[in-house]
Write a protein that binds this ligand. Structure first.
Ligand SMILES: [Zn+2]
Length: 81
C-alpha cells in the first residue's frame, strides 16, 4: 500500500464540464467516479485515507444512495479497498 501522506501531489484541474471533485462526468447529484485516480488522490490528501464507495455517494440524495448501494453490491467488491 502506498503512503502518499508525505508526498505533495499536484493534481491537474478537471476540464470544463467535469466534476471538480473526481474529474469524472456525472450530474452533481450522482456519486463520484470511485475509479478516478484524481478522486482517490484528492480524497486521500484531504482525509488521509482512500475513498470508499460510500464516500463517493456521501453528497447524494438518500434515494440516489439507495440505488448506488444496490448497484454496487455484489460482484466486484473483493478487489476494492
Ligand atoms: Zn464527482
Amino acid at each position: 500500500m502506498s503512503d502518499w501522506s508525505g508526498l505533495e501531489v499536484r493534481l491537474m484541474a478537471p476540464g470544463p464540464g467535469r466534476c471538480p471533485d473526481c474529474a469524472g462526468v456525472h450530474e452533481p447529484g450522482e456519486p463520484h467516479d470511485i475509479g478516478s485516480l484524481y478522486y482517490q488522490m484528492k480524497f486521500r490528501q484531504q482525509h488521509g485515507c482512500g475513498p470508499t464507495r460510500w464516500d463517493a455517494a456521501a453528497h447524494c440524495e438518500p434515494a440516489v444512495q439507495a440505488a448506488w448501494a444496490e448497484q454496487t453490491t455484489g460482484e466486484g467488491e473483493a478487489g476494492m479497498t
